[in-house]
Design a protein around this ligand. Sequence first.
Ligand SMILES: C[S@@+](CC[C@H](N)C(=O)[O-])C[C@H]1O[C@@H](n2cnc3c(N)ncnc32)[C@H](O)[C@@H]1O
Length: 243
Amino acid sequence: MSFEDAFRSVEEIDGWLTPQQARLLYERAARLSPGARIVEIGSHHGRSTIVLAKAAPEAEIVAIDPYAKGDEYRDVLTEEDVRTSDLERFEANLELAGVRARVRHVHDFSTDAVRGFEDEIDLLYIDGAHDLRTAFADIRNWGALVREGGTMLIHDSFSSVGVTLAELVALFFAGRFRYVGRSRTLAEYRREHVSWAGRLPNAALQAAQLPWFARNVLVKVALVGRARPLARLLGHQDEVFPY
Ligand SMILES: C[S@@+](CC[C@H](N)C(=O)[O-])C[C@H]1O[C@@H](n2cnc3c(N)ncnc32)[C@H](O)[C@@H]1O
């Protein structure tokens, strides 16, 4: 199945994944061997889950989301969302896309679900809680399970303060993941040994994204402060935070 066909089945699904980011997810999943394992942290209504499942029809897919009350994403619920719970919507969307039987949903917090999970991961997609503590735990604990040569994708990189600080602490100078690049806030890391000599350039590449991070924080401040002209001046046309 082509990316265009896969994306068509999710374009109406609510979420924070741009078409370019969906393409990156799709391409990284599509190149996996049969039997590979994909873990997604944070599924919401299944927009990214379905892209991953369609891209890798022979992969095992684990989607972790507690759909917990009080979560930051539950604050933006519409009335209709309140009537139909997010979990039901996730399941219905997967069913409609014909991938429900292929996705193992873990109805739990990522920080709890990681206990006892010992299988190697070929592709890890982190898009769960964005506070520093949880984002750091996800990168450290789930990232440790990514196999040599495997991929870790982190959404809201260089936009969310919590996620960016977690990357700064866990990834900028560490020797386990090489920064590959990003599609807007979707950052890609490859699991490989980074030598001492390679760590400075690896950190520099990530640090080079910090001016864009500062711009994104400014955009958020402008949106919260209802200073839309400032956000527009910074090149941001949407009413929602940059992702
Ligand atoms: C930004 S949304 C995910 C969007 C989804 N990846 C997509 O592209 O459509 C974040 C999701 O993370 C979930 N979440 C929050 N805290 C979590 C945690 N500790 N572990 C796993 N998921 C969590 C929320 O319930 C929410 O559905």
